[in-house]
Design a protein around this ligand. Structure first.
Ligand code: GLN
Length: 473
């Protein structure tokens, strides 16, 4: 990546020609794998031409651009100015934001080329990117087209594996949507601390959980993009006002006196082949001088899922209330009173899973049930945070498999009940509920399918994760 950026800076690679090539390549990839909802050809070329002028004029600005010429794909729920941004939902068809999300603004300022919007579960509701909105295509696993990419940032993860040009993806996670697809597609996925990266311009799923983060074939690429997008934002009140770090540097930091906890409960009922691969990865860590110890993390593993699905659906049911067919995206013939119109637009244009979550979430926060479900879940959430915090007094990071199974076939997913679907997130929801940074590291292959390991660290300890992940680079 560094090499490529330098060549662009020196005009040894012509940025316009290169951009033409990657757009062509992206179209080809898309025909085969459905990774894009939109390819932003016009924007990419316009950006390339503008940068080209500056490169030719030896503009001082160019020297410092960290992502010059690098293709960045964007999960479809992140707003890009003038590019259709639907969060994978038909209800947002035709919505072209009037502004860039902060992460896009920052990436553009560093010379990144925005190549398109990647496929996802509708609004992020899913673990396999099969719950796409009406009329959208399902992305296919790069290692076997009969299998899922994982979700909900499925297009981002698949493209990160398949693209042969320098590329980094912007994904988003509410309950695991960066690390889980990264695991299924064999790439690095880094979900930062809640508040480290601005969500201004993110089409929200659940506000107390959503985070934007990078996915990349190399750890360096993910670190580079994180470095670019993190930091305080005046437009986003949950961003943390602490200086950003030089994450790419953490890769070469020497590992000294580090201790990792291996979460015992995470190995219960998982595919034995996954267990074997994680076992080997733990050995590799030990050989690098890292101390390991088995630990118990009962509450987060056993109650993470129920807590998460109550909180996430409650928030989703309110987040989606704004889609009434009048303000954003799709509209219909104005007939009947407001409720009739609203109901018609939503019934026709939201998918089944979105409807299920609106109903579940509305139920959980209704007066009469609020104390029993929503309020209780917020209390368990605090307990989960405390249990993690206790662990981080002793350990630098905690380890588990990222997913309990190998990437499943589409035909197998069809047979899963909604509850079995939600079970896929068993290891990924709790770090999200606690707002902790976590990283998927590809650690091996089984039956030609990738296996991922999940590393979770304390708040704002992204650099520790990057340092540990570099053992597998
Ligand atoms: N699979 C989880 C869900 O469906 C997480 C998805 C996400 O992080 N967006 O809610």
């Amino acid at each position: 990546m560094q090499d490529f950026i330098q060549k662009i800076k020196n005009n040894e690679i012509d940025i316009v020609e290169h951009t033409h090539k990657i757009i062509k390549e992206s179209k080809k990839i898309n025909k085969e794998y459905n990774y894009f909802n939109t390819i932003s050809e016009d924007l990419a070329l316009e950006q390339a031409k503008e940068l080209h002028k500056k490169i030719k004029n030896n503009d001082k600005e160019i020297k410092n651009k960290k992502l010059l010429g690098v293709a960045v794909s964007v999960k479809d729920n992140i707003c890009v100015k003038n590019v259709e941004s639907t969060a994978g939902s038909r209800i947002l068809k035709g919505y072209k934001p009037l502004f860039d999300a902060t992460v896009i603004k920052k990436a553009k300022e560093q010379g990144a080329i925005i190549i398109g919007k990647t496929a996802q579960d509708e609004f992020g509701f899913g673990s396999f990117s099969v719950n796409v909105g009406l009329g959208f295509k399902i992305p296919k696993n790069p290692f076997d087209k009969q299998r899922a990419c994982g979700g909900s940032s499925g297009g981002a993860a698949g493209l990160s594996q398949v693209a042969e040009f320098p590329h980094i993806a912007l994904g988003e996670s509410t309950g695991g949507s960066i690390v889980e697809p990264a695991s299924f597609c064999g790439v690095f996925g880094l979900c930062p601390t809640y508040g480290r990266v601005s969500r201004y311009g993110l089409i929200d799923y659940a506000n107390s959980l959503d985070k934007i983060g990078p996915l990349g074939k190399n750890l360096y690429d993910s670190a580079l993009l994180l470095e670019t997008i993190s930091g305080f934002d005046n437009n986003e009140s949950t961003t943390i006002n602490k200086p950003t770090e030089n994450y790419t540097k953490s890769i070469s930091n020497k590992i000294k006196n580090m201790k990792i906890g291996i979460i015992k409960e995470s190995f219960k009922d998982i595919d034995k082949k996954i267990e074997k691969n994680i076992g080997n990865a733990i050995k590799t860590l030990e050989e690098s001088g890292i101390k390991t110890q088995e630990i118990s993390l009962k509450l987060p593993v056993e109650h993470g899922l129920s807590t998460y699905y109550i909180l996430a659906t409650s928030e989703a049911s309110t987040s989606l209330a704004k889609y009434c067919g009048m303000r954003y995206g799709i509209s219909d013939k104005l007939e009947g009173n407001f409720n009739e119109y609203f109901t018609k637009v939503r019934s026709h244009n939201l998918g089944q899973e979105a409807k299920r979550r609106i109903i579940l979430g509305t139920f959980a926060r209704m007066s009469g049930y609020r104390d029993a479900y929503y309020i209780k879940a917020t209390k368990v959430r605090t307990k989960i945070v405390n249990e993690y915090k206790k662990m981080f007094r002793k350990f630098d990071a905690l380890i588990s498999p990222t997913a309990p199974i190998l990437p499943p076939k589409f035909s197998e997913i069809e047979k899963l009940s909604p509850l079995q679907n939600y079970m896929m997130d068993i290891m990924t929801v709790s770090p999200n509920v606690a707002g902790l940074p976590h990283l998927n590291v590809p650690v091996g292959f089984e039956n030609k399918l990738p296996v991922g390991m999940l590393m979770t660290a304390d708040h704002l300890q992204e650099s520790k994760l990057i340092q540990l992940g570099s053992v597998f680079q």
